[in-house]
Design a protein around this ligand. Structure first.
Ligand code: NAP
Ligand code: ZN
Length: 348
């Protein structure tokens, strides 16, 4: 499919602007999708601005994709034209290594194919959801449950699964005290999902103005993370903390907030490293510091079904495609309530 409308950055300092891209013709196991909505993840901004190094330009970001199936390849059995579907952060993996066999495609030993900015063996580069169409291998297409608001479902494809997966893996549930650090795209999904799993949720935030929203979303308590007295008052309380912050910060105050054998999982990927944590907070209480990357495809479907069952979706601010550069600036100021979603119909 030639001449597909998209928005791209052509260098780390250039604003995103319209660009025409080519999509491959659907292979027998592919699904061709007309994109309706695409969420705006902080990773899109990191990648567009080369925060992590290694971005290939031009880059078309976007990995929270919702749309309708336009056509399917001859071997596709799970989808038909008109179905409402989603695509997240991955569009392929080897499907034969040990992690892939366990449904952990995100940790594929041969390197999963990111939805955007992945250079393929033939030299082409994957382009993401800031565009009108995409063609994806059937195995990496998600089913959007009936009745879910499609725009509010878009952020589930990254922010939802990135928080759901560690909460499940570390078995968060009733009777546990859970801290979520940062109320942005990931953090607000973390609050909703942890509360739906039955945990008692506390939000750690740098933004006093977000306290009321945090309670509305499911937190029973809000701690101002820059207030030393408040951080000291919660020492030793939390079984589990999920840290979603997109900027470097001191980890020790959070490690000290964990119980004996508590765990803090990092999902934020800032451009600069965090100051190294002290070893004493870990050693003296046998605590763990861990990380987690999105989630596998089967688990992403499980998360979508869990969200449908619990009436959970993202709190979104809908924007037009042309507003993307302003949205990035607002995201850098932690000024999003709580995920921008692009209405793709605004892209000619
Ligand atoms: P976001 O919407 O911008 O939210 C980040 C939140 O972090 C902000 O709302 C803010 O919350 C807090 N924050 C930001 N700057 C801060 C600072 N200087 N000091 C303290 N707190 C600060 O970003 P997002 O889309 O949720 O993504 C968060 C991070 O996760 C990004 O680094 C992204 O690349 C990464 N990510 C990782 C994965 C994964 O698989 N591991 C997947 C997706 C995204 P408060 O206002 O409440 O303090
Ligand atoms: Zn993301």
């Amino acid at each position: 499919m030639p001449n597909v409308s998209a928005y791209a950055a052509t260098s780390e300092t250039s604003a995103l602007a319209p660009m025409a891209i080519d999509r491959r013709d659907p292979r027998p196991n592919d699904v061709a999708i007309d994109i309706e909505y695409c969420g705006v993840c902080h990773s899109d901004l990191h990648a567009a601005r080369n925060d992590w190094g290694g971005t290939t330009y031009p880059i078309v970001p976007g990995h929270e994709i919702i749309g309708r199936v336009r056509t399917v390849g001859a071997e596709v059995t799970g989808f038909k034209p008109g179905d409402r579907v989603g695509v997240g952060c991955m569009v392929d993996s080897c499907k034969s290594c040990a992690p892939c066999d366990q449904g952990l495609e995100q940790y594929c030993e041969n390197g999963m194919t990111g939805t955007y900015d992945k250079v393929l063996p033939d030299g082409s580069v994957t382009y993401g959801g800031y565009s009108r169409h995409i063609v994806v291998r059937e195995d990496f297409v998600l089913r959007i449950p009936e009745g879910m608001d499609p725009a509010a479902a878009a952020p589930l494809l990254c922010a939802g699964i990135t928080t759901y997966s560690p909460l499940r893996h570390w078995k968060v549930g009733p009777g546990q005290k859970v801290g979520i650090v940062g109320l942005g795209g990931l953090g607000h999904m973390g609050v909703k999902i942890a509360a739906a799993m039955g945990a008692e949720v506390t939000l750690f935030t740098t933004s006093p103005g977000k306290a009321d929203d945090a309670r509305r979303l499911g937190a029973s308590r809000v701690v101002m993370s820059k207030d030393r007295a408040q951080m000291k008052a919660v020492r030793g309380e939390f079984d589990f903390i999920l840290n979603t912050v997109a900027a470097p910060h001191k980890l020790d105050p959070y490690l000290n907030a964990l119980t004996l054998e508590g765990t803090m999982v990092m999902v934020g990927l800032p451009d600069e490293p965090h100051p190294s944590p002290g070893m004493a907070p870990l050693i003296m209480k046998r605590r763990s510091l861990a990380g987690s990357l999105i989630g596998g495809i089967a688990e992403t479907q499980e998360m979508l079904d869990f969200c449908a069952e619990h009436g959970i979706a993202s709190d979104i601010e809908m924007i037009a495609m042309a507003d993307i550069n302003t949205a990035y600036e607002r995201m850098l100021k932690s000024d999003v309530k709580y995920r921008f979603v692009i209405d793709m119909a605004t892209l000619a």
